[in-house]
Design a protein around this ligand. Structure first.
Ligand SMILES: *Cc1c(COP(=O)(O)O)cnc(C)c1O
Ligand SMILES: *[C@@H]1O[C@H](CO)[C@@H](O)[C@H](O)[C@H]1NC(C)=O
Length: 411
């Protein structure tokens, strides 16, 4: 089979699903994608649904919204985010986007200029590379360090950044690694960005989804030190990724963006972006004010349970090692040791054979920048997660060198 490289996550998952063996009677379990709503335990809460039903039925929101978003929506999001900051954001800092994906697209487009480069994490989230390729922005990868809880390799920043570097992207809580950075580490990132006079793009689409030692700290806390663009959405915390409600925030109390006339450019750019549906935007103020703490607590509890289960189960699969117990978000990176397997070339081969033989979908690490690693999404029903990892274990046992030795002994 041709080895697919340089494809998107959705692309490779599609190929994996298409390669499933129809003869195989096993139920397909996907731990490949980042859409938790595939599992019924990850359902949003009534007030979120009711808010949208109400704004839809009111018939007041069938028209266009301003291209940068409804004023009440911008205000509600500025207040929501200000709760965790040492200063208050203004509604003018908030731009409404079609999910966090469009917020990424806006960011890259706004930063693009001849010869510009941006620093992005490896492993990371391929949408950044994809957007940058369309905008002719050079991508420079810095490593996340598995032995240090997937922290940013700060030395690499000093080596990579030059006069054409415009920004560093961080994803916290992290996809694909499940990292949650400490206040101290975020501060060091801010200091490095300040040193190189670049801004920080903080992808906080998993904001507050932290269940380990470190609490979630928004990068905007350091907005007075270095300008921060904060990206987020309702998708992950409210479990409604299909609603396409996201935000792009200038978390910048010193008004660096405003001085640089970036605001004017931003507003113009938003004239060519179609944002989310007006009635979804209109529901945001009530969604943010009325979602109960118990709903958030329940999601955190489920994610913690399933990540613990995943971590424990992985200990019984010698060819996969997890360098760091996940502390947040919805996925974890595990190292694949192909030398323990007799007929597996690499992570792509592993994931394809696993899909075919066991109907379990995992994401090859190459798609997020790390060859011979695998991304496992643990945001799944515990029973499915358990069964999937049991199947991975029997896959390992069938393909390990050990197995061959045992067979020889029996023969
Ligand atoms: C899911 C995800 C996004 C996209 O969020 P949407 O709101 O669904 O568009 C962006 N960044 C990261 C790191 C993600 O995991
Ligand atoms: C892979 O497993 C072999 C055999 O146990 C071991 O010697 C080797 O160090 C492992 N490689 C890695 C990268 O962990």
């Amino acid at each position: 089979m041709e080895t697919p490289t340089n494809v998107t996550i959705k692309g490779i998952l599609g190929i994996l699903m298409a390669s499933l063996d129809e003869e195989n009677k096993k139920r397909v379990i996907s731990l490949g994608m980042g859409d938790p709503t595939a599992y019924s335990c990850f359902t949003t809460t009534d007030v979120v649904q009711d808010s949208v039903a109400q704004t839809l039925e009111s018939q007041k929101f069938n028209g266009y919204a301003p291209t940068i978003g409804l004023p009440q929506t911008r205000k509600a999001i500025s207040e929501y985010l200000s709760n965790d900051l040492p200063y208050t954001l203004s509604p003018d800092d908030v731009y409404i986007t079609a999910g966090c994906t469009q917020a990424i697209e806006v960011t890259i487009s706004i930063l693009a200029k001849p010869n510009a480069n941006i620093l992005v994490p490896k492993p990371g989230f391929p949408i950044y590379e994809l957007c940058a390729a369309f905008r002719n922005v050079e991508i420079r990868h810095y490593d996340l360090l598995p032995k240090k809880g997937w922290e940013v390799d700060l030395n690499a920043i000093d080596e990579l950044a030059d006069e054409n570097t415009v920004a560093i992207v961080i994803i916290n809580p992290g996809n694909p690694c499940g990292n949650v950075y400490s206040y101290q580490h975020l501060k060091k990132i801010a200091e490095a960005a300040k040193r190189h006079k670049i801004l920080v793009v903080a992808d906080e689409v998993y904001g507050h989804l932290a269940f380990g030692e470190n609490p979630f700290v928004p990068m905007g806390v350091f907005g007075s030190m270095v300008p921060v663009i904060t990206l987020g959405s309702l998708s992950k915390r409210w479990l409604v990724p299909g609603w396409r409600l996201g935000w792009f925030i200038t978390t910048d109390p010193n008004g660096i963006f405003k001085n640089a006339k970036t605001v004017e450019r931003l507003k113009k750019y938003f004239d060519i972006c179609g944002g989310p549906a007006t009635f979804i935007q209109a529901a945001v103020p009530r969604i943010l004010s009325d979602t109960k703490e118990v709903f958030f607590a329940r999601t955190i509890r489920l994610l913690k349970q399933s990540s613990d289960l995943c971590f424990e189960k992985l200990k019984g699969i010698p060819c996969l090692t997890c360098p760091q117990k996940p502390q947040g978000a919805m996925s974890v990176m595990v190292k694949l040791n192909v030398s323990l397997l007799k007929d597996i070339r690499d992570d792509i081969d592993f994931c394809f054979k696993l899909a075919k033989e066991e109907s379990v979908i995992l994401l090859p690490g190459l798609t997020v920048g790390l060859k011979n690693w695998v991304r496992i999404t643990f945001a799944a029903e515990p029973s499915s997660l358990e069964e999937a990892l049991d199947r991975v274990k029997s896959f390992y046992q069938r393909h390990s060198h050990q197995q061959k030795v045992q067979n020889d002994l029996i023969l």
